[in-house]
Write a protein that binds this ligand. Structure first.
Ligand SMILES: Nc1nc2c(ncn2[C@@H]2O[C@H](COP(=O)(O)OP(=O)(O)OP(=O)(O)O)[C@@H](O)[C@H]2O)c(=O)[nH]1
Ligand SMILES: [Mg+2]
Length: 469
């Protein structure tokens, strides 16, 4: 059949054309989203995805504004064994008739959004649309703190940890139990569990008290590893550890934690990230006072150590010369502030991270700081107060549901006015008071084509992925 042959030729020509114009394999961007607990990771991912699917509110994302992105749709993710980010459920909650914030998440998850992009500019006539996959990985920032364990053995980690516990009231119960325990005695699983439980209770209390050195991170966020031997150990004083003793077994479990918990996370997830956003609840820390700000600064410095592979033999090995190309530090919940105060918030965020940035250059990664709100819950207003005009925001309070106008306090133009006292150990802000309010997500009536309202989500997206679209 002549038609059959002609058909085949056409098809194979098409096939050739396809491989010539389309890249060898479809490009993938792996975007890591992290931050400490309650920083706003879940809301950020939900709103980002919704706003990439309906791009009416994304004018600062160039590929959205110029129409290069034709469609965006969810696809099965590439990693079969990672939990899927529950986008539909989170979006449904945020956009319900009476909207609610999502629940806290305790583990890593992933979502693939695929974008159909028509190249613009010089090549636009030559190339057909291509598909860019955006793999978004949500993981707790606390896990990055475990990197510090990789170059320590059990004896070193124990010595460091016990030294820090000295004189901390939160550690009293654990230290008392430890003093009564013969670590050279044959392992008794009940004794092991009691020690681990007391140590975990200490970590929880220490974190609640504002200490950031709360490793091993998975003790606080165990997920489905709760109760497993890999999380049933505690630091022990130096000494003999005969075979089958508690001491020997704890050292073994510590190594197992490094090998089976820390290493796989860094190797399988962290080392594959191309772009990273680190969400920071700066306003929450300012509200909590100088010790919280100082603790946040120290914790962020520790977290950011993970982005300097050159400094760490383990990381260098798993990164093998790859690197995270861009890192965005975003102060979240900026809808608590009138936009006239956003520059101050951004400056404080920048200053908060300067320390960590100065110590290394993030191996050449491009970095930026921004103030964003993934989901805007307020509108701006101006009121007269004691004869002066105040820039406020209005929203619905989470508790009680009343509408309220809100002014969080004067953020200084010079971040040193906040970070200085924090670093010097001040207990309270001297001449100012900062408050936060918990706003409920506002009920939405979205125009077709519009995603949920936000502040600078488009600018964040442009920084993170704009160059690849
Ligand atoms: N006003 C406002 N509040 C926000 C925004 N994003 C997050 N929040 C608040 O911050 C809380 C935590 O947000 P999540 O997105 O759940 O934070 P998370 O980082 O995923 O938290 P965990 O899963 O517990 O680690 C929410 O319940 C809201 O109260 C925002 O854009 N605007
Ligand atoms: Mg979450």
């Amino acid at each position: 059949m002549a038609g059959g042959i002609a058909d085949q030729i056409v098809r194979s020509v098409e096939g050739v054309a396809d491989t010539v114009t389309a890249p060898f394999s479809e490009p993938v961007i792996r975007l890591g989203v992290t931050g400490l607990s309650r920083a706003g990771k879940t809301v950020f991912i939900t709103s980002l995805v919704a706003n990439l699917m309906d791009r009416g509110r994304m004018p600062q994302l160039v590929a959205a504004a110029n129409g290069a992105i034709q469609t965006a749709y969810l696809q099965p993710q590439p990693d079969d064994t990672l939990p899927r980010f529950n986008y539909e459920a989170h979006l449904a909650k945020l956009t319900a008739k009476s909207p609610e914030w999502p629940q806290g998440t305790r583990r890593i998850s992933e979502l693939r959004l695929s974008l159909r992009v028509q190249p613009t500019g010089l090549l636009s006539g030559l190339q057909g649309p291509r598909t860019v996959h955006l793999d978004i990985v949500d993981y707790p920032g606390e896990w990055l703190l475990d990197l510090g364990l990789m170059d320590k053995d059990f004896a070193q980690w124990s010595a460091n940890t016990l030294a820090r516990m000295e004189g901390r009231a939160e550690a009293a119960a654990f230290l008392a139990l430890l003093a009564k325990t013969d670590t050279t005695a044959r392992l008794d699983e009940t004794v092991a569990q009691d020690l681990a439980a007391a140590f975990t209770a200490y970590l929880q209390a220490a974190r609640a008290a504002g200490y950031s050195d709360c490793t091993p991170g998975r003790f606080l966020l165990p997920g489905d590893m709760e109760g497993s031997p890999v999380l049933t150990f505690a630091p022990l004083p130096a000494g003999d550890a005969p075979r089958r003793s508690l001491g020997r077994e704890f050292a073994r479990r510590y190594n197992s934690y490094k090998r089976n918990v820390v290493q796989p996370f860094f190797r399988d997830h962290f080392a594959r990230i191309d772009r990273q956003i680190v969400l920071v609840d700066v306003l929450g820390a300012i509200h909590a006072g100088p010790p919280a700000v100082e603790d946040m600064r120290a914790t962020m410095a520790d977290i950011l150590a993970a982005f300097r592979p050159g400094r760490n033999a383990f990381l260098s090995r798993i990164f093998q010369g790859r690197r995270v190309e861009k890192i965005l530090f975003a102060a979240t919940k900026a809808d608590h502030l009138h936009h006239s105060q956003h520059p101050q918030l951004t400056a404080i965020t920048q200053a908060l991270l300067r320390d960590a940035k100065d110590r290394a250059d993030f191996a050449g990664a491009e970095t930026a700081a921004m103030s964003i709100a993934a989901l805007r819950t307020t509108v701006e207003d101006q009121i007269s107060h004691d004869g002066r005009k105040l820039d406020v925001v209005r929203g619905q309070l989470l508790e009680g549901g009343k509408q309220a106008a809100f002014y969080p306090g004067d953020l200084p133009d010079d971040p040193a006015h906040l970070l200085g006292p924090a670093r010097e150990g001040a207990e309270k802000w001297l001449d100012a008071d900062y408050s936060v309010m918990d706003f409920a997500p506002a009920p939405l009536t979205l125009k077709p084509g519009d995603g949920p309202p936000h502040i600078r989500l488009d600018k964040a997206a442009q920084f993170l992925i704009g160059d690849r679209l």
